[in-house]
Design a protein around this ligand. Structure first.
Ligand code: B1M
Length: 221
């Protein structure tokens, strides 16, 4: 099978939620010389984007989104060590969670993989994380950055709630706060008082490094 055929089939089978076949194709793609980035950005992610578009048009429903998401997660499990294996040194600690009320985690997991690959130690507190969970984890792990993901317009307001609760707990100034997720924008991040925003996983890594460098430079001055 050519590389193009593998990518096309990954796209189609992810959309159909055929998890075992997507895993098979991911392994086949790797053995035929496709890079993890190609599999991700030219096969898996475009497929989920189309799933979302079909859901919006009313052609797909929640079960179809669910099985497509599971198929993507299976492929990510294979790609995770390959994407993360850059031998980079630890550059900081990143605490990451999807906010309360939101179960989406594929995007968050992808950001985590890229962060790990860039040398961050990542602590993942999972999905539907209430403010108390962020607070307890900050106290326990003392991260440099707290990342919050929200994928629904109805859960984005949890950023503001979380930041308010962190401020009340006296923790706001100890950490850098980054937010992200499909409906989030730079304007929204500014409005809720976050320190940083990124639209995708690789930008998130760049932004995280930039924010840590700024904070360390300020601490030295
Ligand atoms: Co849901 N869902 N979903 N869904 N789902 C979306 C998000 C939606 C856009 C689909 C649509 O209508 N087009 C829509 C939200 C609309 C809105 O609010 N604007 C939607 C909806 C409505 C819902 C339900 C309400 C449906 C219902 O029940 N009626 C429901 C909500 C459940 C809940 O959370 N309470 C629901 C449920 C689900 C499933 C469980 C079935 C499943 C989730 C599976 C899982 O995550 N384990 C699911 C899926 C799969 C999707 C779509 C199809 C795919 C999401 C995804 O994984 N994308 C999605 C449509 C879409 O996004 N095209 C959709 C791929 C991923 C790599 O991209 O998540 O954007 P993304 O992550 C990116 C960036 O956002 C960024 O980097 C990531 C990697 O590049 N990023 C950050 C993420 N976090 C970051 C943090 C950062 C920085 C960057 O700093 C800290």
């Amino acid at each position: 099978m050519s590389k193009e055929q593998v990518l096309k089939e990954i796209y189609d089978e992810t959309m159909l939620g055929n998890g075992p076949r997507v895993i098979e194709l991911t392994n086949q793609g790797l053995s035929e010389g496709l890079t993890p980035d190609e599999l991700l950005f030219e096969g898996l992610i475009p497929s989920l984007e189309e799933v979302g578009a079909r859901f919006e048009r009313g052609d797909y429903f929640v079960p179809e989104m669910l099985i497509a998401g599971r198929a993507m997660s299976g492929a990510l499990d294979i790609l995770r060590p390959l994407l993360a294996d850059t031998g980079a040194e630890t550059v900081g600690t990143f605490l990451m969670g999807t906010v309360k009320g939101d179960v989406h985690d594929i995007g968050k997991n992808l950001v985590n993989i890229m962060l790990e690959g860039a040398g961050f130690q990542v602590i993942d507190i999972g999905v539907q994380a209430p403010p108390e969970k962020f607070i307890d984890a900050i106290k326990e792990h003392q991260p440099d950055i707290v990342g919050m993901s929200a994928f629904l317009t109805t859960t984005m307001p949890m950023f503001k709630v979380n930041i308010h609760e962190l401020t009340k707990a006296g923790l706001r100034d100890q950490v850098i706060i980054m937010v992200g997720g499909a409906p989030v924008t730079q304007e929204y991040a500014d409005a809720v008082g976050a320190d940083g925003y990124a639209s995708d996983a690789s930008t998130a890594v760049r932004k995280a490094k930039e924010l840590i460098a700024q904070k360390r430079a300020l601490a030295k001055a």
